[in-house]
Design a protein around this ligand. Sequence first.
Ligand code: C2E
Ligand code: MG
Ligand code: MG
Length: 719
Amino acid sequence: MNNDREIINQLTKTLLMDYKGVYYVNAITNKYICCSVDEASQTLHIIQSGDDFFKDLAEDVDKVIFEADRHIFKQDMTRTNFLLQLEKGTAKNIEYRYILDGTPVYYTLRLLKGPCKGNEYFILGVKNIDDEVRHRQQEQAAPDDMPQEISQDAIGDKLAQGKITPIPEERKIILDRLFEALSAVSDGSYIFVCDVRHDYSRWSKATVAHFNIPSEYMYCADKVWSEKLHPDDKVTFMNAMKDVFSGRTSSLNMQYRAMRFDGQYDLCTCHGIILRDANGNCDYFCGSAKNHSVHGRIDQLTGLRNQYGFFEDIQWALDNKKTGRIMLVGISKFSEINEIYGYDFGNKILQNFGRYIFKHTGYKGAVYRLDGTKFAIITRCDLQELKEMYAELRAAFRAGSSVEGREIILDLNASVINVDNFNVDYRTVYSCLNFAYAESKQRKQGDLVEFCNNISDENKHRIERFHVIRASIMKEYSGFYLLYQPVVDSRTEKLIGAEALLRWRNDEYGVVPPDDFIPLLEKDPLFPDLGEWIIKTALLDAKKILEKCPDFTVNVNLSYTQLEKADFVDMVERVLNETNYPPNHLCFEITERCRLLDMELLKNISVNLRGKGVRIALDDFGTGFSSIGIVKSLPFDYIKIDRSFVRSIEIDGKERELIKSFVGLALTFDAQVCVEGIETAGMRDILQSYNVHSFQGYYYAKPLEFKDFLSWKDNYISD
Ligand code: C2E
Ligand code: MG
Ligand code: MG
């Protein structure tokens, strides 16, 4: 080789103007020299000269060549293979990537001069073509270049032109198997498997339906998808796909917005990997896409089916007219456990609890973890079996269970509902189940409460009626209306206000009083909408009364669940503005059930509303456990004494004393007293001698429809 140094020097000077490196390889001895101006070659420790070009190359491949391209050298660059290819003239240009500073950079290895008679050397040139390749890729991925409409014809053309070859049956079987394996472990994610060689892929049925794509099986799916993507995400997506299909990357990790069937965009996160064949070539590309607008069905903490799975299963049972029972079991005061022991420990308890229920329910039903600390069981067990199951569960957790060496005692609440061929949806069932659960928690000290389905209507299912009432909220509140019951000044008996009382009616069920549906609706997510409708309707009606009766105040009942909504005060302000109603002629009635809310929150609401001039009354005073406590903690303008305390006032001296003390108490806290349930002149006479501010009751009027109230008022005032 030394003899040839001079010639090589001359040649190299010329070649290095164009190439970063030049190899002179003796085709007989395999000895070689590498002349390089590429800094990279130093970084990469490329051997500058050696005894066996092919051996050294094979050794270097794993160190310097990008993983996905190593097979090119491992397969093709054996001496025999390489020389054979050179003879055939097929190895004149090899594209591959070096890893430079951890990044793949495109290079080409070109045969500049082949071994020929009288000259046993062949010369290879190494050139950096990264800019060139990237430019080419970008052009290919540019949106203008994308087909505007991908039809089966376009794919057919490609097949016809031989750009893609039809997938053989045996490859399709493998594709399906891969797909099924992946589907088995997908929790609510869309699955895809693509046969890269034939650019043929299979997609979850859910994907087809949700994104309205042509078929579960597709050729050239990336083109179909690119059409579905948000314009801002297309280029990134196509570039990522090019990287995957060219082997530039071995995995895909990206987010994009895809247009679903109704034209809206859903955010999806896609993870995919390339599976290579034995030779290292891209064989399959498979993975999953998570749609962030669609929920999974498995609870991550306990591994049980979650709330969405629960709803889905109830709906399925209803649709298929299956009968059975649903039990809701929850843990009391769990926030205290979280506060004392920390969130992680709380999670362990929930896992432990879930596992226990799962184990003890066994084959008898399906177990779910719902929101927070509630679990559910859908089962065919009868009520007696469920009662026993719950008693056992309760006893076990009351006795204390060991979690990480700590003895933890849990108190439970539970409700059960009988699902029996109802014409309702899962939301209605869930509201009823929650209503019974609240009964268990608030009134029954955790005993299992069965949702009673025949309380007031012998023939019709209470649950079905509730379903229709609930649905009315979504039908522009059809069937709902307000009655007004006058409130009069206790001394002058002049009209000073009215309480708005909600009713619902339809042809099938007639008029339904509020006690039959409000407690059920209170826990329903639709209730705040109805609450707003009540306030707005009452204010619009009251405005008409105010024109003739300037001292008039309308009383609107609130449920504690309305107050829970963070935007309650804003909503009230908005409705007052929209109706242009004077706030100091509105009074909200709340009950002592509000003690279930956080006192600070309640104080904030109360102070805020009173600051705007709105009055607040405590309704049904005396009926709850903590009426006095709440009067102490919150400022009220009025206290309404429940009618149950005055029913026998004419004959019962103790009742009279009790009323006197209630009045004294109210005055201590600067509140005025309104007595409800005045039914006779005698009751009025007695109560007039106490320091009561106003009266309400059948003696003056029953709750009246608005038009009747207007004429009642006219007659009454003219008296
Ligand atoms: P409440 O707020 O204590 O309403 C007074 C109830 O007593 C009304 O029953 C009324 O018709 C009844 N009443 C009034 N005077 C007399 C009387 O002299 N004798 C007798 N026996 N009863 C009398 P109603 O209309 O059935 O309402 C029941 C409850 O439903 C209300 O009790 C209130 O808690 C709730 N409610 C009514 N409308 C609404 C509403 O719009 N929102 C909310 N959250 N609750 C409402
Ligand atoms: Mg009231
Ligand atoms: Mg009341």
